[in-house]
Design a protein around this ligand. Structure first.
Ligand SMILES: [Zn+2]
Ligand SMILES: [Zn+2]
Ligand SMILES: [Zn+2]
Length: 297
């Protein structure tokens, strides 16, 4: 069998997941009543050519997500990741980290890759210090744009790239996953395209993707439009809307990467399989990330 690097989508929702705590919107109520409509916070799993497992983001649905990942590979045994990489320190992306500790998995020295600033920031937490002292966690910082193999022989590399996003707790990365044939951009959070383009000295979305030499992109699709959260000032909640991103992308052209949206808020209509918004995205040639979907890189 030819060796493969396989990426599995383990969660597609924004940090809060669906249902969101305390929310009585139809989408959240339906998700309480129907397990199939439940969505986990964004996370992906990468299996290397050597069979090693590498988790990106550690959400509070870690037990279900590890089960799902293992299912996908048709095995009776639930995976325990060999390494973890996190994009930033917002709660939804790291909420499951305590599961590696003594009361739950009691992991030995889980390598957790992250940016230098985030390493300094997270190591200030008392609960994290305890887990480091008890040798559950080992934080390893990586410089932006430094290529690294999370495990020797895994057959793919990771690279953190810096993305403008509210940075009260540290900074924010997107991750480039370079496999044997293809490269994936995983970019769940950003503040705005303008700031991201400025950061990379590019003029538009195609130049941005081209500069990263990617084949696939799973990008921030938190909100569909600015009308979504009545009573909240969306200018204070960053993230480009999918409407904006589609406007920048237009219709998919021959050499464009495959772009799909991830990190969906409970208010986003593209969560519904048959919504006209989702159909519009698809009619332009783009996609909405689906849990369980795999890609080989
Ligand atoms: Zn997020
Ligand atoms: Zn809701
Ligand atoms: Zn965030």
């Amino acid at each position: 069998m030819t060796p493969r690097v396989i990426v599995t989508i383990l969660g597609t929702a924004q940090d809060a997941g669906i249902p969101q705590a305390g929310c009585s919107c139809d989408r959240c109520l339906n998700a309480h009543n129907n397990q199939n409509l439940k969505k986990y916070p964004v996370s992906i799993g990468i299996q290397g050519i050597d069979g090693s497992k590498h988790l990106i983001e550690v959400t509070r649905n870690l037990p279900e997500q590890l089960r799902l990942w293992s299912d996908e590979m048709i095995t009776q045994k639930i995976f325990i990741p060999d390494t973890v990489t996190i994009t930033h320190l917002h709660l939804g992306h790291i909420e499951g980290i305590g599961q590696f500790g003594k009361p739950v998995m009691g992991i030995k020295n889980m390598p957790i890759y992250l940016s230098e600033m985030n390493k300094n920031s997270i190591e200030e937490r008392n609960d994290i210090q305890l887990m480091i002292k008890e040798k559950n966690l080992k934080f390893i910082s990586r410089k932006y744009h430094q290529t690294f193999e999370p495990k020797k022989g895994c057959g793919f590399t990771l690279k953190l790239i810096s993305i403008p996003h509210r940075s009260e707790l540290g900074d924010t990365s997107a991750i480039l996953v370079k496999g044997l044939q293809r490269t994936l951009l995983f970019m769940p959070d950003q503040d705005s395209w303008i700031e991201t383009f400025d950061n990379y000295s590019v003029n538009n979305i195609r130049e941005f993707f081209k500069s990263l030499e990617i084949d696939l992109a799973w990008i921030d699709g938190t909100f569909w439009s600015l009308n979504e959260l009545p009573g909240r000032n969306l200018s204070e909640i960053p993230h480009p809307t999918i409407e904006d991103s589609i406007r920048l992308l237009g219709i998919k052209k021959e050499n464009d990467p495959d772009v799909s949206f991830i990190h969906l808020n409970h208010s986003n209509p593209v969560n519904d399989r048959n919504s006209k918004e989702r159909k519009l995205v698809e009619s332009y040639g783009w996609g909405i990330c689906k849990r369980n979907k795999t890609e080989s890189l």
